[in-house]
Design a binder for this molecule. Structure first.
Ligand code: FAD
Ligand code: NAP
Length: 338
């Protein structure tokens, strides 16, 4: 089929976003090759990139040309007795990629098991879980400029990764399509188990010196217990970032809330779990129509069926306002608002 006839007009995005919202794309094109990309570049419309749709809130239909990244590639760039350098196409599923690495015994990504979405989206917010972030095993990425068509390699420093943040969420937001990502994985892995019940879960199974496979299995088990499955209950994971505030503000709040959880960071700052702040404001399990706050985890907004992007956003704004009123902290959305 010629590439031009692959454009779908007013395509439904319901199956392509984990909230299950009924948005449409004015024009949708799947990018599976450089030929598809060159064709996309020849189109004059404004362009946006869609991965697995697990970190987007569609508040309206998407105008212009939406490029659904399905670029394949799996290439070992180099290998020695200690490390593997791997290049993976941006359209690969993230969890599938972790699974393949874990199966080979290559360590590094196992704590990031079961995160939905694509490899190409992972650097956008420097995905993280259980004490590991993408940047810890990231070498670089190839990206294509959506207007100029230029192809460029970004190394780790160029990406300016931060907490759930990168250059691609700030200065270069919406400018590039990430076509492939390079990882550095360890054949003699150093496991990171000091986080949020991981060691305890392994101990319950009598495992003291786990393999990467066992760590991955434990992360999957914890996540299945705690998080809603998007196919059963639409959601986009954590809706808000955990706020990073000054230790002075933490000390002030602790006078009133001595049990407030917080995690000290560098430079006189600390991270407060947004879920705790939201729960304190009484939101856990609450609903506004079909939009709700998950009953087991206050950081997750859910679609109980038939919610709209506007309805979910109205609920998110109400949460932001009540947390700010009570704690003086303004929550920021982690989810991309379209
Ligand atoms: P999309 O939602 O499709 O896109 C997100 C943003 O990235 C958009 O702005 C889009 O334009 C841009 N984008 C996507 N692909 C590309 C590309 N190739 N090039 C340029 N821009 C691109 N996140 C975590 O960090 N840690 C977690 O533990 C975690 N757990 C989750 C659990 C659940 C149940 C859910 C639903 C989500 C979770 N998330 C988590 C959020 C989400 O899975 C990640 O942010 C993921 O990386 C998004 O990938 P995606 O392909 O779905 O991106
Ligand atoms: P949790 O274990 O209940 O912890 C609550 C919050 O406290 C987390 O957000 C975490 O921050 C922080 N925290 C816990 N232990 C910590 C430690 N030892 N050091 C520093 N910070 C600590 O969190 P959860 O919601 O069940 O999620 C578990 C992990 O999966 C977390 O890493 C979380 O980020 C990740 N996750 C992310 C999403 C998403 O959409 N972004 C969705 C589900 C789960 P951090 O978030 O900074 O780790």
């Amino acid at each position: 089929m010629p590439t031009s006839s692959k454009i779908e007009s007013w395509a439904s995005l319901q199956a392509y976003n984990s909230f299950g919202l009924e948005a449409k794309a004015e024009a949708l094109l799947r990018i599976r090759s450089e030929a598809d990309w060159r064709f996309a570049l020849s189109q004059e419309q404004s362009k946006k990139v869609l991965g697995g749709g697990s970190n987007i809130l569609f508040r309206s239909d998407v105008e212009g040309l939406l490029l659904k990244n399905e670029l394949p590639l799996w290439e070992v760039l180099s290998e020695n007795e200690k490390q593997v350098k791997l290049r993976v196409g941006g359209g690969h599923g993230w969890h599938e990629t972790v699974r393949r690495c874990v199966e080979q015994g290559w360590g590094g990504l196992e704590n990031l098991s079961l995160i939905p979405g694509t490899v190409g989206a992972a650097p956008i917010q420097n995905i993280g879980a259980y004490g590991v972030e993408l940047k810890d095993h990231f070498e670089g990425l190839w990206a294509w400029h959506l207007q100029r068509g230029e192809q460029r390699y970004f190394d780790k420093k160029d990406c300016a990764f931060g907490y759930r943040d990168s250059l691609f969420k700030r200065e270069e937001k919406g400018q590039w399509l990430i076509a492939a990502v390079d990882f550095r994985l360890d054949k003699k892995p150093v496991l990171r188990l000091d986080y949020a019940g991981l060691r305890e879960t392994l101990a319950e199974q009598g495992i003291e010196q786990p393999t990467v496979q066992e760590v991955s299995d434990a992360v999957i088990a914890i996540r299945r217990r705690k998080l809603p499955q998007p196919r059963e209950l639409g959601n986009a994971g954590s809706f808000f970032k955990n706020p990073i505030v000054s230790t002075a503000l933490v000390a002030q709040l602790q006078k009133e809330y001595p049990d407030m959880p917080h995690y000290p960071l560098e430079r006189g700052e600390a991270k407060i779990p947004a879920a705790w702040l939201i729960e304190q404001c009484g939101w856990k399990g609450k609903r506004q129509g079909a939009a709700g706050i998950y009953e087991k985890h206050a950081l997750i907004l859910v679609n109980h069926g038939g919610a709209t992007g506007q309805g979910l956003w109205a609920l998110a704004q109400a949460v932001i306002e009540s947390v700010e009123k009570r704690f003086g902290i303004r929550l920021q959305a982690e989810v991309n608002l379209w």
